[in-house]
Unconditional design. Structure first.
Length: 161
């Protein structure tokens, strides 16, 4: 079995995100497995605060009006994000596999770690003011529940969460 790094992301990984992930273990060759949740149910207030803090006024307005993606829309978006993320790994010379998972990715992370070959989990998200502050974000929850190192990177930046 090849040691695996699970990459949980809420959006398509950029080439710079993939480069940062690979650089963490530049001298090693690991398998990468990308998990992308089909997100249909984000918390109302936290999502609006996140949108406003990032200057996403249209998204905040849509969320305030109750506009959530349908299950087929969320699945299609997640499929596209997964395909783009795998393509970014391939463009960087690394192979990756992946899966679209349920809205709450923690059960999928637990199952992947239980398989025994996962050495690390990398969570790549945008900043989420409320979740990050109160440690209810995916990375914080994973750190509490998993027995492997969990790294939280902010997408498109060199910042750690």
């Amino acid at each position: 079995m090849t040691d695996t790094i699970i990459v949980l992301t809420e959006d398509t990984l950029s080439s710079s995100d993939v480069d940062k992930l690979i650089a963490l273990h530049a001298d090693e060759t690991y398998a990468y497995r990308v998990l992308v949740p089909a997100d249909t149910d984000r918390p109302l207030v936290a999502t609006i605060i996140d949108n406003l803090s990032l200057g996403e006024l249209r998204e905040a307005w849509d969320r305030a009006r109750g506009k959530e993606p349908s299950q087929p829309e969320a699945k299609a978006t997640a499929d596209d994000q997964l395909a783009g993320s795998i393509a970014a790994f391939e463009a960087a010379g690394r192979s990756a596999t992946g899966t679209v998972v349920d809205d709450d990715p923690l059960p999928a992370l637990k199952a992947a770690v239980a398989d025994g070959d996962v050495i690390e989990v990398a969570v790549v998200t945008y900043p989420h003011a409320v979740e990050d502050t109160f440690h209810t974000d995916w990375a914080s929850r994973a750190r509490e529940e998993l027995q492997v190192p969990v790294l939280h990177l902010y997408s498109g930046t060199s910042e750690l969460g």
